[in-house]
Design a protein around this ligand. Structure first.
Ligand code: ADQ
Length: 498
């Protein structure tokens, strides 16, 4: 039985008596005004794509911020709208945030405090009290929405599943019946060392908020232990059990577990083999810019944690050192804009664009520029064509919770000719043992590794890629969903028994 079949059979049998309430900042469907009236679009993102079918199967409710221009028009007075359009399988419960909420909670606390703090402070956190107040205010708004939904399900078994670092406090204000309601929180970014976490003026509040859940999930064991140590250090009244990985705080027991997120391997792998992808690659190859024997690739949001600058520095050293690769190789950097309302992101974006221009200027030759820069979002099927075409992919994050791009690349490498180079500071590096591991801070080593990847014999590439594929195929997104929901069910059953 595939992981997908196992998940759906589990949802239909064991979880049939449970309602699912999913809570996330971003929504799976957005309504926008267009020249034709109102369009419904599905914002890009692997997570929403994976959770949407689960919601369709469980017919639950998804609570999220209504970010689209026409979202209010499309929803009823309570913010409810049935989705997917035309199928009406589950309810999307939109809540509304003011401009001030967004400024403080989203652009402020989430992205200028939590994001840098939890990524080893590669950007300096901006601990403004107004940001914190906005974060609390909006987390309460989400909790109010959850409470409304719980009220309507009184007496029914319900799993409330909260996503990510924007909503660390939400559970604190959820009024739940311990008998019937389970609270889960999945943390998509790293949890840093306790020393680093400790610089946050609201460290206790964040920990207390999370300890209202029954399960807090992280990608890897290191983050689990960093979290446990942070609790031990800053909440002395909590009881930390390292062996069983749980915390007892104010009569609540929170299990701290690792669940490495993944991708829909089968979908990507099939799409990569399709005629459409083959034709697309042919078309891309006919473009002057891609008519070189070796193609390297990078796919990263324009974020300072992704190590794009470090990657460009190493590529420049590589080009300087290995002159014979000039005109033999091109590096495609697909880096869509991200959080560009924040000053630091705009500055990093300019630096990257300038570096690309400098490298292309310094190393150019007739009809050749080493870096092809694409500053745009691409549909997944288009990305898959690039993944299949690329002879190597570099993930050079300075710190990254998991990194799905690495797993997408592995899934799309149907010819098994590609080499994955991955930073040791990603969650994915802990699983991707057959990749070439790099330290993005060590420019010389990094440049050498690029050379090694290019020179690697085809046989070795195949052996490594096969092992990576076996791993990702087995540990796909459905495996991730199943392990989390099965744990939730086990814990809920145990609680009822004792
Ligand atoms: P991100 O920091 O966004 O996610 P990542 O895991 O790599 O990082 O996911 C990025 C997603 O965006 C991938 O699915 C990728 O295909 C897509 N993407 C990137 N560039 C794109 C482009 N140009 N066009 C279209 N799509 C593009 C956070 C954490 C990660 C963690 C995930 C999931 O920072 O560490 O792996 O959540 O938990």
């Amino acid at each position: 039985m595939s992981a997908k079949e196992r998940l759906y059979s589990f949802l239909e049998t064991k979880l049939a008596d449970y309602d699912l309430i999913l809570v996330s900042n971003r929504q799976p469907y957005e309504h926008r005004y267009s020249s034709k009236g109102i369009d419904c679009i599905t914002p890009a993102g692997g997570l929403t794509a994976a959770l949407d079918p689960v919601m369709q199967a469980t017919k639950g409710v998804w609570i999220a911020w209504g970010s689209g221009t026409a979202d209010r028009d499309a929803a009823n007075e309570e913010g409810h709208v049935k989705v997917p359009p035309g199928k009406d399988l589950y309810l999307l419960h939109r809540l509304w945030l003011t401009k001030q909420d967004l400024k403080d909670y989203y652009y402020g606390f989430s992205n200028q405090v939590m994001w840098p703090l939890f990524h080893n402070a590669f950007g300096r956190p901006s601990f403004k009290h107004s940001f914190w107040r906005g974060y609390e205010r909006v987390n309460k708004k989400f909790a109010v929405a959850v409470n409304k939904e719980l009220q309507q399900r009184k007496g029914r078994n319900t799993i409330v599943w909260i996503q990510d670092y924007q909503l660390a406090l939400c559970s604190e204000w959820i009024q739940r019946d311990y008998e019937t309601t389970m609270l889960l929180h999945f943390w998509h970014i790293p949890w840093p060392s306790s020393e680093l976490f400790g610089i946050c003026p609201w460290r206790q509040e964040l920990l207390r908020g999370l300890l209202h859940n029954d399960i807090v999930g992280f990608h890897i064991r290191e983050y689990v232990y960093n979290f446990l140590r942070s609790v031990e250090r800053y909440l002395p009244e909590a009881e930390v059990d390292y062996r069983n990985r749980h915390v007892v705080y104010k009569n609540n027991i929170t299990h701290i577990r690792e669940y490495p997120i993944s991708v829909d391997f089968d979908y990507i792998n099939h799409a990569a083999r399709s005629r459409k992808t083959v034709d697309r690659i042919k078309h891309l190859r006919s473009n002057m810019r891609f008519q070189f024997p070796i193609i390297g690739l990078g796919v990263d949001r324009m974020d300072y944690t992704k190590g794009i600058i470090e990657k460009l520095k190493s590529l420049a050293v590589f080009l300087k050192k290995y002159k014979h690769y000039r005109k033999k190789f091109v590096y495609v950097l697909v880096a869509p804009p991200s959080r560009s309302r924040i000053d630091l992101y705009r500055r990093v974006g300019y630096s990257i664009q300038n570096m690309v221009s400098d490298i292309n200027y310094d190393f150019q030759a007739a009809e050749w520029q080493p870096i092809v820069f694409m500053h745009e979002n691409l549909p997944l099927d288009e990305l898959i064509a690039y993944y299949r075409m690329a002879d190597f992919l570099i993930v050079s994050s300075l710190h990254d919770g998991m990194n799905l791009v690495a797993k997408e690349y592995v899934a799309a490498q149907v010819d098994q000719k590609g080499v994955l180079l991955i930073s040791e500071f990603t969650g994915a590096a802990k699983e991707m043992k057959d990749a070439l591991i790099i330290n993005p801070f060590d420019t010389e080593q990094f440049a050498r590794r690029i050379g090694e990847a290019i020179r690697m014999p085809l046989r070795e590439r195949r052996v490594r890629m096969q092992k990576l594929q076996d791993y990702v195929a087995k540990h796909d997104i459905y495996h991730w969903l199943y392990t989390i929901l099965a744990d939730a069910l086990d814990i809920s059953t145990e609680r009822k028994l004792f």
